[in-house]
Design a protein around this ligand. Structure first.
Ligand code: NIG
Ligand code: FE
Length: 393
């Protein structure tokens, strides 16, 4: 294994408070040494030690690779017509998920594997180096297990989402479907999954109630999975409080929150993961990130890349929307898409570039991280390393 010296870094964002005077741990005119896939040294270029190899990024900024802690990448089919209808006023209620379920069930393993690989490559090309991938478009024991098996080929952050919606063939017997999710489906999913998630949403007839969600999450926890929740997406609801009550690592969407939700989050270890691409693609109001940050809530930003509510894999876009529409500063938004989303995955080896962290470097074709939202829509970011399949510590 050879060490590599990365030079020519105009601005290096480390998130290491011991480096630099600001909360982002910025080092200007910096260099960084990578050894055995980890950051071995960081500092001013003039003090850089020798290494076996050298990469010059020629005056660009380097930031921690984006951590996309929420995506649904294992699906087939196309729902662009649903998007177009929403842009002219059609509301989103989760009914379109059944369209993706039918197409995904009909696809071969090879088709799904190729679609997944393309989406992961698209993410890397935009600076994402860690990605969580959910199942949820299979909704039978075989199809959910297959989705998780394929997801595990590209990331260790795999999430069992059998409780995405009640599938059409079981609509007349919801409780039998919840029994299946908590029983045979969970049993088959466990060897391939790190997390369990549930779409807890009283405003969708297809999603799960508070009681159903509690049952499913508790069964998952008893089977050894860690918890995350889709909550408070379509209106006020029980998702956030349930996530906090059960000690979920993250509750995602958080579009409609009341004061009790914010208070519960502030006093907890549960991260509020915001998905502004969803508000963009469903014409919903953006969540108030400022309110959460001012209350002391840990906030993450992720893409939610999926065929229904947001078919965008772009973390730079999510950062730009968070800054423009959600009251975050560029520094807070970058931190939320790296350190915050690493915390949402209970990972301390990614999302920052302190010595010892995974050397997941994202290079910007720009001199500063400020250019991510400043140059909205311009493809500035790309992953420099090879690590979309990190091993959790
Ligand atoms: O995170 N809300 C539930 N699930 C996805 C959307 C899935 C779909 O419409 O295909 C979400 O928004
Ligand atoms: Fe989602």
């Amino acid at each position: 294994m050879t060490s590599t010296l990365v030079t020519g870094i105009a601005e290096l964002v480390t998130h290491d408070p011991s480096l630099g005077d600001d909360p982002l741990g910025i080092v200007t005119d910096a260099a960084l040494v990578v050894d055995a896939g980890r950051v071995a040294w960081v500092g001013p270029a003039v003090q850089a030690p020798d290494a076996d190899a050298r990469v010059d990024v020629e005056g660009r900024a380097v930031v921690p690779g984006f951590v996309d802690s929420h995506s649904h990448l294992v699906f087939a089919g196309d729902r662009s017509a649903e998007f177009a209808a929403r842009m002219t006023g059609e509301p989103y209620d989760g009914g379109g998920i059944a369209v993706s379920v039918a197409a995904t069930r009909a696809a071969s393993d090879e088709e799904l594997r190729a679609l997944l690989a393309r989406r992961v490559a698209e993410m890397r090309a935009q600076g994402t180096t860690t990605v969580e991938v959910k199942s949820g478009y299979g909704l039978t024991v075989e199809d959910e297990t297959r989705a998780l098996r394929l997801a595990a080929e590209v990331t260790p952050e795999t999430t069992f989402l059998g409780a995405h919606v009640v599938p059409p063939e079981m609509r007349e017997d919801r409780s039998a479907y919840v029994d299946l999710v908590c029983g045979d489906m969970l049993g088959a999913a466990v060897p391939h999954a790190r997390w369990i998630d549930v779409f807890c949403e009283p405003h969708s007839p297809h999603a799960f109630t508070e009681e159903e969600s509690r049952r499913i999450l508790t069964a998952g926890r008893d089977a050894g999975l860690l918890l995350r929740v889709h909550g408070n997406q379509l209106g006020p609801g029980p998702g956030v409080r349930l996530a906090v009550e059960l000690g979920a690592a993250s509750v995602d969407h958080c579009t409609y929150l009341d004061d009790a939700d914010v208070e519960a989050l502030a006093g907890s270890d549960t991260v509020a993961t915001l998905l502004p691409g969803v508000e963009f693609s469903t014409r919903s109001p953006y969540p108030d990130a400022r309110r959460l940050l001012d209350a002391g809530v840990a906030v993450a930003i992720a893409s939610d890349c999926n065929p229904g509510t947001c078919y965008s894999s772009s973390i730079p876009l999510a950062i730009s929307l968070a800054v423009r529409e959600m009251g975050m500063t560029p520094a807070e938004a970058l931190q939320a898409a790296t350190l915050g989303s690493a915390r949402a995955l209970r990972r301390d080896d990614v999302g920052h570039l302190a010595v010892g962290a995974r050397a997941d470097l994202t290079v910007l074709d720009a001199p500063s991280y400020l250019h991510i939202p400043y140059r909205v829509g311009v493809p500035l970011a790309r992953a420099l390393d090879l690590g979309l399949t990190p091993t959790p510590t």
